[in-house]
Design a binder for this molecule. Sequence first.
Ligand code: HEM
Length: 292
Amino acid sequence: MSGSVPQPCILSANLSYGLSMTWRESSDFNPLRARKTLSSQFDAKMGTLGIGDPLLKSLSLTLPSLRPFPSMAGPGVSIPSSQGSLWAFATAPSRSEIFDIAENLAALFAHDFVLEDRMETFTYREGRDLSGYVDGTENPSGERAFSVAISNGTSAPRGSSFAAVQRWEHDLDLLHQHSRSEQDRMIGREIESNREIDDAPISAHIKRSAQESFSPDAFIYRKSMPWAQGEGKGLEFIAFGSSLDPFERILRRMAGADDGVRDALFTFSTPVTGGYYWCPPVSGGRLDLTVS
Ligand code: HEM
């Protein structure tokens, strides 16, 4: 039976602690075993699982709407791709539960995959980026979130979603060299009130990314979370869409690839990873990898 229900964690709110993990295929990779593990052993209640283009090809599956994350360049901007084979994202109320989920996933994928990247994330204050700005204000919610994030079956199996995952590393010292009002104008919102600044420059992040200003509009459902490890800190940017196109159009504009205007975010933050993943629908709580 073909599944048509999205993975449940895509649309549920992020909890306080999170984990983003990426795997590549191991030298012992066995496509039949890997497919079986994915479709019969991953419990979708634990988190969201996404399949990257390299794994799709190894499993001999064809899904034209999935592609590898493109590296991109704009004026003074270089956006890397670090496309993985498999990606998982989970959130939980405590770090203990995150630890358990990580152990569980590591055991599940031990034969066919090698863990390439692992980043623990957390909710900062009441849902702010580490720059201090509220993140997620213009996110679609309710039924609108469902139609933005989940495929209705036209270009991918019904209930599928596509994830764009991009780690940004912040240099907060650089940000704090600017006055509060300059910082507000980089983002396009006032830090305390979260009020939108109507006359912010066109390089302001919310001007670059304004979803309704694209034609056609470019809505995405964001579930980003901050990270901090050692000296490093930033945002694990995560967005879901019924296709990858809206995300990519926003990113191109942020990079200044269309009009030469670079998003002011690049003043203090740099993208260091980038991957695209197909999040298959579920049937009876298990991933349904049927593509046609
Ligand atoms: C350092 C990385 C980033 C930070 C700190 C950041 C932060 C923010 C903040 C503070 C807002 C305003 C509040 C809100 O509506 O959520 C915002 C809005 C938004 N961001 Fe980002 N963002 C980052 C990267 C990205 C990327 C890579 C994309 C997509 C390619 C993106 C897409 C959006 C969109 C679509 C909005 C809402 C715009 C609107 O329709 O008003 N952001 N972001």
